[in-house]
Design a binder for this molecule. Structure first.
Ligand code: AMP
Ligand code: MG
Length: 332
């Protein structure tokens, strides 16, 4: 199969929306990472996502919609979920809620809950409006590898396996959405950290005069491979450390710092997530840097954790880095 890369012209957007309605796969930009989209109401189209990504069937998909009204067609909302959707949509927040009958079992891996989100990227929104169907879209990469934040990353992993990529440039956020399990509106569970923090959720609920306890997922409470210990992984053996040495490293080891230390200004085996020290900047370049370091042919990679001052995004980055360094097991 030849993969076509489309620039976002009005004609191309209409064609890609029509392709989605016919059941074809289209990789699209979102503000978090590129997604591999299919009509979420078409089980055959969704099955193609699992085949193209070599994703196990027990890893459910996030369904993308234009707005809260469209989401209510797919999921049974409670007041707390509505308040969060109103506060953060369109944006990088995914809500897990009881599903309605129209959502095919393949999308939810047979569970009675569905994950929904309204993306903020203008091209994702345009495609959703033109397609007039909800779009199931996991990250547009082979299962287990580093997520894609450019059209070139999508081609690297899925070129020849999918018909279309919409090129919308680099993703603005750069790490996947915050996922919150809302099945019990009195006790929310953050299943995956992202740009929106538990503090942000508390704040929005307080403004809506609502309250809920917000906890983290217990470690043993693994719901899906997306939350497994090993995921988002480079092929090169990858170690996460609190602090990497500031002297020159050996040529076989690629070292990824948060910011490049001055003492290593000219070292070729050194990478940095940010020049400004900004967490936004680091999140945006995280996957591009992991991919570049992975492609450079080192025997091993060592990466420094995000500092505590990096806040919610730092926590999201460290979650992905921990999984990148996680025990090798299962499909890669
Ligand atoms: P991604 O591969 O980034 O699209 O992320 C999809 C992830 O969302 C999955 O790996 C799960 O961790 C999570 N997810 C999707 N649907 C559900 C659900 N119904 N219940 C719990 N987690 C879900
Ligand atoms: Mg993924």
């Amino acid at each position: 199969m030849k993969t076509r890369v489309h620039s976002p012209t009005p004609v191309a957007l209409r064609r890609l929306a029509a392709a989605l309605r016919r059941g074809e796969l289209v990789a699209i930009p979102t503000e978090t990472v590129y997604g591999l989209a299919a009509n979420a109401l078409d089980a055959r189209a969704c099955r193609r996502i699992f085949t193209a990504k070599r994703r196990p069937a027990n890893d459910p998909l996030i369904v993308h919609v234009t707005d809260l009204r469209a989401a209510e067609q797919l999921a049974k909302f409670n007041d707390v979920a509505r308040a969060l959707a109103r506060a953060f949509w369109p944006g990088p927040l995914t809500l897990v809620l009881p599903k309605r009958a129209c959502v095919p079992a393949i999308v939810t891996s047979g569970q009675n809950t569905v994950a929904v989100r309204a993306p903020a990227h203008p091209l994702a929104r345009k495609i959703l409006q033109l397609a007039r169907v909800p779009l199931a879209a996991p990250s547009a990469n082979p299962f287990g590898y580093v997520s894609p934040t450019t059209a070139a990353h999508v081609l690297d992993g899925l070129g020849g396996r999918i018909p279309h990529v919409l090129d919308g440039g680099a993703c603005a956020v750069g790490v996947e959405s915050t996922i919150v399990d809302m099945s019990d509106p009195a006790r929310l569970v953050v299943l995956r950290p992202g740009a929106i923090s538990a503090g942000d959720l508390h704040g929005a609920l307080a403004r809506a005069r609502l309250g809920a306890r917000i906890g983290k997922k217990a470690r043993e409470q693994t719901l899906a491979p997306g939350l497994l210990d090993q995921h988002y992984s480079p092929h090169t053996p990858f170690t996460l450390v609190a602090r990497a040495p500031r002297e020159t490293t050996d040529a076989d080891t690629g070292v990824i710092f948060w910011e490049r230390p001055r003492s290593l200004a000219a070292a070729p085996s050194v990478f940095a997530l940010t020049r400004s020290g900004d967490a936004d900047d680091a999140a945006r370049s995280l996957y591009a840097v992991l991919r570049a370091a992975d492609a450079a042919g080192f025997a091993r990679l060592v990466c420094e954790k995000a500092p505590a001052r990096a806040g919610a995004l730092g926590e999201a980055i460290n979650d992905r880095l921990r999984r990148a360094a996680g025990k090798r097991r299962g499909a890669h």
